[in-house]
Design a protein around this ligand. Structure first.
Ligand SMILES: Nc1ncnc2c1ncn2[C@@H]1O[C@H](COP(=O)(O)OP(=O)(O)OP(=O)(O)O)[C@@H](O)[C@H]1O
Ligand SMILES: O=C(O)CCCC[C@@H]1SC[C@@H]2NC(=O)N[C@@H]21
Length: 252
Protein backbone atom coordinates (compact mmCIF):
# COMPACT_ATOMS: atom_id res chain seq x y z
CA UNK A 1 0.00 0.00 0.00
CA UNK A 2 1.27 3.46 -0.84
CA UNK A 3 1.01 5.81 2.09
CA UNK A 4 -0.91 8.97 1.37
CA UNK A 5 -3.17 11.00 3.62
CA UNK A 6 -6.14 9.48 1.76
CA UNK A 7 -5.15 5.86 2.38
CA UNK A 8 -4.55 6.38 6.06
CA UNK A 9 -7.65 5.31 7.91
CA UNK A 10 -6.76 7.13 11.11
CA UNK A 11 -4.39 9.93 10.22
CA UNK A 12 -6.55 12.85 9.30
CA UNK A 13 -3.21 14.54 8.96
CA UNK A 14 0.05 12.99 7.80
CA UNK A 15 3.16 15.08 7.64
CA UNK A 16 6.37 13.54 6.25
CA UNK A 17 9.33 15.80 6.96
CA UNK A 18 12.76 15.37 5.34
CA UNK A 19 14.36 16.32 8.66
CA UNK A 20 13.47 17.73 12.08
CA UNK A 21 14.87 17.84 15.60
CA UNK A 22 12.42 15.24 16.92
CA UNK A 23 9.01 14.14 15.65
CA UNK A 24 7.78 14.24 19.27
CA UNK A 25 8.73 17.92 19.43
CA UNK A 26 6.99 18.58 16.10
CA UNK A 27 3.85 16.82 17.34
CA UNK A 28 3.87 18.82 20.56
CA UNK A 29 4.16 22.05 18.58
CA UNK A 30 1.05 21.08 16.58
CA UNK A 31 -0.83 20.38 19.82
CA UNK A 32 0.12 23.75 21.27
CA UNK A 33 -1.05 25.44 18.07
CA UNK A 34 -4.35 23.48 18.23
CA UNK A 35 -3.54 21.91 14.85
CA UNK A 36 -3.20 18.26 15.93
CA UNK A 37 -6.26 16.18 15.08
CA UNK A 38 -6.73 12.82 16.82
CA UNK A 39 -4.53 10.33 14.98
CA UNK A 40 -2.39 12.88 13.17
CA UNK A 41 1.09 11.58 12.43
CA UNK A 42 4.46 13.18 11.85
CA UNK A 43 7.09 11.06 10.09
CA UNK A 44 10.64 12.06 9.33
CA UNK A 45 13.63 10.75 7.39
CA UNK A 46 16.11 12.15 9.89
CA UNK A 47 16.17 13.60 13.40
CA UNK A 48 18.90 15.91 14.65
CA UNK A 49 17.86 15.49 18.29
CA UNK A 50 15.91 12.23 18.48
CA UNK A 51 15.30 11.28 22.07
CA UNK A 52 14.67 8.06 23.91
CA UNK A 53 13.70 7.07 27.40
CA UNK A 54 15.77 7.98 30.46
CA UNK A 55 17.34 10.89 28.60
CA UNK A 56 18.95 8.61 25.98
CA UNK A 57 19.51 9.81 22.43
CA UNK A 58 17.84 8.02 19.53
CA UNK A 59 20.30 7.60 16.69
CA UNK A 60 19.28 6.58 13.20
CA UNK A 61 20.92 6.91 9.79
CA UNK A 62 19.14 9.25 7.33
CA UNK A 63 16.29 7.81 5.24
CA UNK A 64 16.84 4.21 6.37
CA UNK A 65 14.40 3.79 9.23
CA UNK A 66 11.01 4.71 10.58
CA UNK A 67 10.72 7.57 13.04
CA UNK A 68 7.27 8.86 13.71
CA UNK A 69 4.96 10.36 16.29
CA UNK A 70 1.22 9.78 16.43
CA UNK A 71 -1.00 12.13 18.42
CA UNK A 72 -3.96 10.59 20.19
CA UNK A 73 -6.46 11.99 22.64
CA UNK A 74 -7.05 9.11 25.06
CA UNK A 75 -9.26 11.20 27.34
CA UNK A 76 -10.84 7.95 28.61
CA UNK A 77 -7.61 7.24 30.54
CA UNK A 78 -6.66 8.67 33.90
CA UNK A 79 -3.09 9.85 34.23
CA UNK A 80 -2.43 6.91 36.55
CA UNK A 81 -3.48 4.51 33.76
CA UNK A 82 -0.97 5.73 31.19
CA UNK A 83 0.92 2.44 31.35
CA UNK A 84 -2.13 0.82 29.68
CA UNK A 85 -1.57 2.97 26.64
CA UNK A 86 2.13 2.14 26.75
CA UNK A 87 1.35 -1.59 26.75
CA UNK A 88 -1.22 -1.27 23.93
CA UNK A 89 1.31 0.65 21.81
CA UNK A 90 4.03 -1.89 22.57
CA UNK A 91 1.70 -4.68 21.45
CA UNK A 92 0.88 -2.79 18.25
CA UNK A 93 4.59 -2.52 17.48
CA UNK A 94 5.06 -6.20 18.33
CA UNK A 95 2.15 -7.20 16.02
CA UNK A 96 3.76 -5.17 13.23
CA UNK A 97 7.15 -6.84 13.67
CA UNK A 98 5.64 -10.32 14.02
CA UNK A 99 3.83 -9.85 10.71
CA UNK A 100 7.15 -8.93 9.05
CA UNK A 101 9.39 -11.53 10.66
CA UNK A 102 6.86 -14.31 11.08
CA UNK A 103 5.93 -15.64 14.50
CA UNK A 104 9.09 -16.18 16.54
CA UNK A 105 9.68 -16.47 20.28
CA UNK A 106 12.72 -14.22 19.79
CA UNK A 107 10.55 -11.15 19.28
CA UNK A 108 9.91 -9.61 22.68
CA UNK A 109 8.93 -6.41 24.45
CA UNK A 110 11.51 -5.25 26.93
CA UNK A 111 9.70 -3.50 29.75
CA UNK A 112 8.19 -1.05 29.39
CA UNK A 113 8.04 -0.95 25.60
CA UNK A 114 11.27 -1.60 23.71
CA UNK A 115 11.07 -4.02 20.79
CA UNK A 116 13.75 -6.70 20.98
CA UNK A 117 14.84 -9.58 18.78
CA UNK A 118 16.83 -11.92 20.99
CA UNK A 119 19.10 -9.59 22.93
CA UNK A 120 19.15 -6.88 20.27
CA UNK A 121 17.00 -3.79 20.07
CA UNK A 122 14.86 -3.29 16.97
CA UNK A 123 12.94 -0.27 18.14
CA UNK A 124 11.79 1.90 20.98
CA UNK A 125 8.79 3.92 22.07
CA UNK A 126 8.74 7.26 23.85
CA UNK A 127 5.28 8.39 24.95
CA UNK A 128 4.86 11.95 26.19
CA UNK A 129 1.47 12.85 27.70
CA UNK A 130 -0.17 16.12 28.52
CA UNK A 131 -2.81 16.13 31.23
CA UNK A 132 -6.04 17.95 31.89
CA UNK A 133 -6.68 17.56 35.62
CA UNK A 134 -6.31 13.86 36.34
CA UNK A 135 -7.05 12.79 32.74
CA UNK A 136 -4.75 12.39 29.78
CA UNK A 137 -5.52 15.04 27.21
CA UNK A 138 -2.98 14.40 24.45
CA UNK A 139 -0.53 11.54 24.01
CA UNK A 140 2.41 11.85 21.68
CA UNK A 141 3.39 8.31 20.73
CA UNK A 142 6.97 8.51 19.45
CA UNK A 143 8.24 5.35 17.75
CA UNK A 144 11.66 4.60 16.29
CA UNK A 145 12.09 1.36 14.33
CA UNK A 146 15.27 0.16 12.65
CA UNK A 147 14.36 -0.87 9.13
CA UNK A 148 17.09 -0.77 6.46
CA UNK A 149 20.08 0.41 8.51
CA UNK A 150 22.92 -2.11 8.43
CA UNK A 151 25.55 -0.55 10.70
CA UNK A 152 25.02 0.59 14.25
CA UNK A 153 27.30 2.17 16.82
CA UNK A 154 26.10 -0.33 19.40
CA UNK A 155 26.20 -4.12 19.12
CA UNK A 156 22.88 -4.31 20.93
CA UNK A 157 21.00 -2.76 17.99
CA UNK A 158 19.64 -4.53 14.93
CA UNK A 159 17.19 -3.81 12.11
CA UNK A 160 14.44 -5.67 10.27
CA UNK A 161 16.64 -5.56 7.14
CA UNK A 162 19.64 -6.99 8.99
CA UNK A 163 17.51 -9.86 10.21
CA UNK A 164 15.87 -10.71 6.89
CA UNK A 165 18.55 -9.62 4.38
CA UNK A 166 15.90 -7.59 2.54
CA UNK A 167 15.37 -3.89 1.84
CA UNK A 168 12.00 -2.35 2.61
CA UNK A 169 9.87 0.51 1.31
CA UNK A 170 9.30 2.52 4.44
CA UNK A 171 5.97 4.00 3.28
CA UNK A 172 4.29 0.60 3.22
CA UNK A 173 5.75 -0.34 6.59
CA UNK A 174 4.57 2.92 8.09
CA UNK A 175 1.04 2.33 6.84
CA UNK A 176 1.04 -1.17 8.34
CA UNK A 177 2.39 0.11 11.62
CA UNK A 178 -0.37 2.69 11.89
CA UNK A 179 -2.94 -0.03 11.26
CA UNK A 180 -1.43 -2.24 13.98
CA UNK A 181 -1.36 0.65 16.43
CA UNK A 182 -4.92 1.64 15.75
CA UNK A 183 -6.15 -1.93 16.19
CA UNK A 184 -4.58 -2.11 19.66
CA UNK A 185 -5.73 1.40 20.56
CA UNK A 186 -9.33 0.53 19.68
CA UNK A 187 -9.13 -2.54 21.94
CA UNK A 188 -7.88 -0.37 24.77
CA UNK A 189 -10.65 2.13 24.17
CA UNK A 190 -13.18 -0.73 24.17
CA UNK A 191 -11.99 -1.64 27.68
CA UNK A 192 -10.15 -4.91 26.86
CA UNK A 193 -7.59 -4.14 29.52
CA UNK A 194 -7.22 -7.66 30.98
CA UNK A 195 -6.61 -9.24 27.58
CA UNK A 196 -4.08 -6.60 26.57
CA UNK A 197 -2.22 -7.08 29.81
CA UNK A 198 -2.16 -10.87 29.37
CA UNK A 199 -0.82 -10.55 25.82
CA UNK A 200 1.73 -8.00 26.98
CA UNK A 201 3.03 -10.43 29.61
CA UNK A 202 3.24 -13.19 26.99
CA UNK A 203 5.48 -10.94 24.91
CA UNK A 204 7.58 -9.66 27.81
CA UNK A 205 11.36 -10.02 27.45
CA UNK A 206 12.88 -12.33 30.04
CA UNK A 207 9.55 -12.85 31.77
CA UNK A 208 9.94 -15.39 34.57
CA UNK A 209 13.63 -15.87 33.79
CA UNK A 210 16.28 -15.20 36.40
CA UNK A 211 18.87 -12.68 35.31
CA UNK A 212 20.83 -9.62 36.35
CA UNK A 213 19.44 -6.15 36.94
CA UNK A 214 20.96 -2.88 38.07
CA UNK A 215 19.18 -1.52 41.16
CA UNK A 216 20.51 1.44 43.19
CA UNK A 217 23.82 1.14 41.31
CA UNK A 218 24.21 -2.53 42.34
CA UNK A 219 23.92 -5.73 40.35
CA UNK A 220 21.17 -7.98 41.64
CA UNK A 221 19.83 -11.28 40.41
CA UNK A 222 16.05 -11.38 40.09
CA UNK A 223 13.09 -12.86 38.29
CA UNK A 224 10.39 -10.76 36.60
CA UNK A 225 7.11 -12.07 37.97
CA UNK A 226 4.70 -9.53 36.51
CA UNK A 227 3.70 -5.96 35.89
CA UNK A 228 1.63 -4.14 38.51
CA UNK A 229 -1.65 -2.29 37.94
CA UNK A 230 0.30 0.96 37.96
CA UNK A 231 2.76 -0.36 35.33
CA UNK A 232 5.66 -0.99 37.72
CA UNK A 233 7.80 -4.06 37.11
CA UNK A 234 7.41 -6.74 39.80
CA UNK A 235 10.67 -8.59 40.41
CA UNK A 236 11.39 -11.38 42.89
CA UNK A 237 14.80 -10.71 44.44
CA UNK A 238 15.79 -13.35 46.95
CA UNK A 239 12.75 -13.83 49.17
CA UNK A 240 11.45 -10.37 48.50
CA UNK A 241 8.94 -9.17 45.88
CA UNK A 242 9.91 -5.67 44.80
CA UNK A 243 8.21 -3.22 42.44
CA UNK A 244 10.15 -0.79 40.30
CA UNK A 245 9.39 2.33 38.26
CA UNK A 246 11.27 3.32 35.10
CA UNK A 247 14.09 5.13 36.84
CA UNK A 248 14.63 2.45 39.49
CA UNK A 249 15.77 -0.64 37.59
CA UNK A 250 17.68 -1.57 34.45
CA UNK A 251 18.25 -4.87 32.74
CA UNK A 252 21.89 -5.91 32.53
N1 LIG B 1 18.39 3.20 16.55
C1 LIG B 1 18.70 2.62 17.72
N2 LIG B 1 18.49 1.30 17.90
C2 LIG B 1 18.77 0.68 19.07
N3 LIG B 1 19.25 1.32 20.16
C3 LIG B 1 19.46 2.65 20.04
C4 LIG B 1 19.20 3.35 18.84
N4 LIG B 1 19.50 4.67 19.03
C5 LIG B 1 19.94 4.79 20.27
N5 LIG B 1 19.91 3.62 20.91
C6 LIG B 1 20.33 3.47 22.32
O1 LIG B 1 21.05 2.30 22.54
C7 LIG B 1 20.88 1.89 23.93
C8 LIG B 1 20.38 0.51 23.96
O2 LIG B 1 19.05 0.48 24.28
P1 LIG B 1 18.55 -0.44 25.44
O3 LIG B 1 17.18 0.00 25.82
O4 LIG B 1 18.74 -1.86 25.07
O5 LIG B 1 19.66 -0.16 26.53
P2 LIG B 1 19.56 -0.05 27.98
O6 LIG B 1 20.93 -0.19 28.49
O7 LIG B 1 18.49 -0.97 28.47
O8 LIG B 1 19.12 1.45 28.08
P3 LIG B 1 18.18 2.03 29.12
O9 LIG B 1 18.01 0.99 30.16
O10 LIG B 1 18.87 3.27 29.57
O11 LIG B 1 16.91 2.30 28.31
C9 LIG B 1 19.96 2.88 24.54
O12 LIG B 1 20.71 3.87 25.15
C10 LIG B 1 19.21 3.39 23.32
O13 LIG B 1 18.61 4.62 23.54
O1 LIG C 1 13.97 3.29 23.15
C1 LIG C 1 13.78 4.43 23.52
O2 LIG C 1 14.40 4.93 24.45
C2 LIG C 1 12.70 5.24 22.83
C3 LIG C 1 13.11 5.69 21.47
C4 LIG C 1 12.05 6.51 20.76
C5 LIG C 1 12.55 7.09 19.48
C6 LIG C 1 11.46 7.75 18.69
S1 LIG C 1 11.99 8.21 17.06
C7 LIG C 1 10.53 9.11 16.82
C8 LIG C 1 10.24 9.82 18.13
N1 LIG C 1 10.95 11.07 18.18
C9 LIG C 1 11.87 11.08 19.14
O3 LIG C 1 12.65 12.03 19.40
N2 LIG C 1 11.86 9.92 19.81
C10 LIG C 1 10.86 9.02 19.27
Amino acid sequence: MVLTPQTLFTGQQLIWLPTCASTNTEAQALIVQNRASDGCTIITDFQTAGRGQRGNQWEAAPAENLMLSVVWQPTFLAAAQQFRLSQAVALGVHDWAAALLGPTPKLKLKWPNDLYYGDQKLGGVLIENSLSGTKIQHSVIGIGLNINQQDFTTATATSIGQLTGRAYAREALAARLLECLERRYLKLRAGQVGKLRQEYLQALYRYQETHLFLVDGKQVSGQIVGVEDDGRLAVAIGNELRRFGMQEIRHL
